[in-house]
Design a protein around this ligand. Structure first.
Ligand code: PA5
Length: 453
């Protein structure tokens, strides 16, 4: 771990004593995490157990529908989309949508995660809707982006296939008891899955939010939950040095307090690039908070950044190496990639090229990581490494759980509520007002009164 003073120098690194000094706090936080779980306030911690049966049911549903659809589309945004994308990139064939053999009868997966008109129109006009199923995911059941996507996709399905086709082409994943989506789904006779009330959007990848698209594309969702359960066991200790989630959060917190708020996650495996994007949301939306302490408003939170090895060695790394001392880089390395690919021999007479032949791309990527790590360390740049023995459903389940728990722990260190997101509300309210949603007229007035450009 190159966050320690012995490796990166006194000025930037931490000592064992710095971590030990947080042990008492860790014990107290562990206690309050346990108590919050007992009280039913940390729903993500219950999922490895509570969703075992639900996962079985989802798998049966997906298996029963294998061959019925060629396309599976997730309509959702933020926490209702990013986990789906991360799972797809991490666990399915890199060209899954293009490769019929790799798909092995499962549908292609599309997650627009946005309301860009060009992209959505392009998607809807590309798909054969008679062979497409949409999973509309919204915990609140009212998010403007998701509901607009749904309205538009539904209208297209009705236009092409008739009203009766709606129930067969849409699934709803939402809150069981509140919001408009559940009402609509019941009226339409759509298959419904529920997001537990005590699991927030960005913590919901191991609920039907992430599990359905994963099961429909052949991912072993029971292994995902088993991985999370395993990490839950590992992290069931209040000893900082033995708890990877707590230790990780504690080191990141130390770095932030010490003027290093930029938290870069840099996997050296393309299949983990969207896992880094998932982390970016989790860390930012959970920890970036304005809090009022004894009448004084303070703003806290690290800034998560995603990067990709080796690609960003040719872009971001210059900044990481010589720019401000404001970053901590978390490398993610993979010990055994899914494939081994040899670099071909050639140009024996040109030694500057021929030396590559006979090595593997696996070696190349691994060496690139080690070289960047060493270079950063020699430049006194904080960095650490999370190692995947392999990328599979079990290890991805572990990773999700570890970072969710690290987020809960970090929330306590910052003394903020990691599970709300008041900061995203204001923009939403202005948009509702301008678009004419009932109850938001005042926001429209404020919007209209904004200073002219
Ligand atoms: O983490 C969160 O709470 C958010 O990112 C939500 O997931 C996102 O805003 C979508 O919300 P909803 O699922 O209610 O449509």
């Amino acid at each position: 771990n190159n966050m320690f003073a012995e490796n990166v120098g006194e000025e930037h690194g931490y000592t064992k004593a710095d971590v030990d000094a947080m042990q008492e706090k860790a014990k107290a936080v562990h206690k309050s995490i346990k108590a919050a779980k007992e009280a039913g306030n940390l729903g993500f911690m219950e999922l490895p157990e509570s969703h075992k049966e639900i996962a079985k049911e989802i798998k049966e549903f997906a298996d029963a529908n294998k061959g019925k659809y060629d396309n599976f589309v997730v309509l959702g945004i933020g926490g209702s989309a990013l986990g789906n994308i991360a799972l797809q990139t991490a666990l399915n064939h890199p060209y899954y949508n293009l490769n019929d053999e790799a798909r092995n009868g499962y549908p292609r997966l599309f997650v627009p995660d946005n309301v860009d008109p060009t992209r959505l129109k392009g998607l809807l006009e590309t798909l054969d809707l008679s062979r497409t199923v949409f999973n509309v995911i919204s915990k609140s059941g009212g998010t403007a982006e998701t509901m607009s996507q749904f309205l538009t996709a539904r209208a297209k399905v009705v236009e092409e296939l008739g009203e009766d086709a709606v129930a067969d082409h849409f699934i709803a994943t939402t809150s069981e008891h509140s919001g408009n989506l559940i009402k609509i789904a019941k009226e339409e006779g759509m298959k419904t899955y529920y997001i537990p009330e005590n699991v927030g959007g960005r913590f919901s990848v191991l609920t039907p939010v992430g599990l359905i698209s994963a099961a429909f594309t052949g991912i072993d969702i029971e292994e995902l939950l088993a991985g999370a359960a395993y990490m839950d066991q590992i992290c069931d200790t209040d000893e900082l040095w033995s708890n990877p989630a707590y230790l990780n959060a504690a080191l990141q917190y130390l770095a932030d307090q010490d003027g290093k708020p930029m938290s870069v996650m840099m996997p050296y495996a393309h299949d983990l690039k969207d896992v880094a994007d998932w982390y970016r949301q989790l860390w930012a939306e959970s920890l970036g908070k304005k809090v009022n302490r004894a009448g004084e408003v303070i703003n806290v939170g690290p800034t998560p950044v995603k990067a990709l090895g080796a690609t960003d060695q040719h872009s971001q790394v210059q900044l990481y190496m010589e720019g401000p001392f404001d970053k901590v880089v978390t490398f993610i390395e993979v010990e055994k990639y899914k494939e081994t690919l040899e670099i071909a021999d050639g140009y024996e007479d040109i030694s500057g090229v021929s030396y590559l032949g006979g090595h593997t791309f696996n070696e190349l990527l691994t060496v690139e990581k080690q070289a960047t790590e060493l270079a950063l360390t020699e430049n006194n740049r904080l960095n650490c490494t999370v190692t995947f023995p392999e990328v599979n459903a079990f290890t991805i389940g572990q990773f999700f759980y570890m970072y969710e728990l690290a987020t809960a722990f970090a929330g306590e260190l910052y003394d903020i509520d990691a599970f709300n997101q008041p900061g995203v509300e204001l923009g939403k309210q202005y948009a509702y007002g301008v678009l004419g949603r009932e109850g938001f007229a005042e926001k429209k007035e404020e919007f209209d009164a904004r200073p002219a450009k």
